[in-house]
Design a protein around this ligand. Structure first.
Ligand code: GAP
Length: 438
């Protein structure tokens, strides 16, 4: 249960996101639409940086995973085969009085949590959004908005296998939108109806499943550490028999300690050969693999790592949010890892005279091809620093009177607030090393 302090923290974060251009409610000027969110100028930078870290860790820094970008709309039979049409549903109850709808598992007792009214019996509610393809809106033209990106990978297994010349163990990675008609969305961007997933499906010899699930558990946890997330705020949760999806042999969630409690941010599942077998049965296409070396034919098992982009972003924001008192002055600071910070450096002339703005503008031009930077010449320098601290900008570069003498600037670090002098010529190299370590 969220206490007042946790609620305050979420309120402050939501307000900061709106005020500083990270995240807005969708269609706000029309009164908004529930559980859909728009990412503003800083939000989209942060989101892209997180996605890029994931994409590189999967497809660039290793040679056994290939990328894919499958379409959102798929043949509707895919969702019958996958089991989503029959069973991608939550039991829900309706209040007969106020008409509000709740997930059955959220309601304690038999009364409506909103008005105390009488509740209906629990009914299954399918979470997939439907739409129609083509000019005629009948059952035959019905298609679904995908509720997960994974199926786009399974149906492309053969398409990727042969041109990439991969063989199990190998993976296919994809980032893309998914849609679920969640009964009770909420907690800001934690549970929404339109969201993004970063999913990787690793195809293996069934004999090696224990080894690979252990491997991917560790790798995925390390990825969150590499984004600077505090280790004590992350943990694994193993699914017990009741929680386990019917096709899964073993599943672990990575959970984060949000202000509203420990919650899942990623699932790591041993999906066995369920998916490829089902698609083989439905299409008649043989999705088994013949290993020339061992002379074995098998339907690969799949170890899936399925992370939410929006949840990862919320984790980064919550983990980074700090309020501090420094020299009797309060500051709000997002201690984002420099790799994912939307803006890498603020560039400031100390004063608006003595050629300082011109030099600072030249520095902005020097840095812009390498980093997203922000030039600011308005107001006291302390205030300019604070404004960038609040959005997580890790470095501040200030042109002052000494710059005019020796072509050095001050480089201020956001977290320690320490300042060192750096030669203008060396700025690009120094910043690259601090941000990316090279
Ligand atoms: N392919 C497996 C799969 O989709 P999932 O546990 O249903 O598994 C994986 O979803 C991840 O997708 C979750 O851990 C979460 O990060 C994200 N996710 C799922 N539903 C979401 C929602 N309604 N809003 C935001 N993120 C969601």
């Amino acid at each position: 249960m969220a206490n007042k302090k946790s609620q305050d923290l979420m309120d402050k974060l939501v307000s900061l996101c709106k005020r500083r251009g990270f995240i807005f409610q969708s269609s706000e000027i029309y009164g908004g639409i529930n559980s859909c969110w728009d990412y503003g100028p800083l939000g989209v930078e942060l989101k892209n940086n997180i996605k890029q870290c994931w994409w590189k860790s999967m497809t660039q820094f290793r040679d056994d995973i290939e990328g894919l970008d499958a379409s959102i709309l798929m043949h509707p039979q895919v969702w019958v085969t996958s089991g989503h049409v029959a069973s991608f549903a939550d039991p829900m109850v309706d209040c007969k009085n106020c008409k509000m709808r709740f997930r059955a598992e959220e309601v304690q007792g038999t009364k409506c949590p909103n008005c105390g009214g009488e509740l209906t019996e629990a009914r299954q509610f399918n979470l997939m959004f439907k739409t129609h393809m083509g000019p005629v809106e009948d059952d035959a033209s019905m298609v679904y908005l995908r509720p997960e990106t994974a199926q786009g990978i399974y149906v492309n297994f053969l398409n990727v296998l042969s041109p990439s010349r991969q063989k199990p163990p190998f993976g296919i990675a994809q980032i893309g939108k998914a849609f679920r008609n969640e009964i009770s969305p909420g907690n800001f961007i934690f549970r929404s109806r339109e969201f993004e997933q970063m999913e990787m499906q690793f195809f293996i010899n069934p004999k090696e499943d224990d080894k690979w699930i252990e491997y991917w558990k560790e790798e995925r946890m390390k990825w969150y550490h590499s984004l600077g997330i505090k280790k004590e705020n992350l943990r694994f949760h193993q699914h017990d028999k009741k929680e386990l999806a019917f096709y899964a042999k073993m599943a672990f969630d990575i959970e984060y300690n949000f202000p509203f409690g420990w919650k899942e941010i990623e699932g790591i599942h041993n999906r066995t050969d369920y998916d490829l077998s089902r698609h083989t049965q439905a299409t008649g296409k043989d999705l088994s693999y013949y290993d020339d070396l061992t002379r074995e034919r098998f339907i690969p098992y799949i170890i899936e790592t399925s992370a939410g982009v929006d949840r990862s972003l919320l984790v980064c924001l919550v983990d980074a949010y700090h309020e501090e008192v420094v020299k009797d002055e309060e500051r709000t600071v997002l201690k984002l890892d420099p790799k994912i910070a939307p803006i890498k450096a603020g560039v400031y002339p100390l004063v608006k005279r003595e050629n300082m703005p011109e030099i600072a503008k030249k520095i902005e031009d020097l840095l812009r091809p390498h980093f997203k930077v922000f030039y600011d010449e308005g107001g006291a320098i302390g205030r300019r620093y604070r404004r960038q601290d609040e959005v997580g900008t890790p470095f501040g570069i200030t042109v002052d009177s000494q710059t005019l003498q020796d072509q050095t600037v001050t480089l201020r670090e956001r977290d320690s607030m320490e300042q060192v002098r750096v030669k203008i010529d060396e700025l690009v190299g120094v910043l690259k090393k601090k941000i990316w370590g090279n």
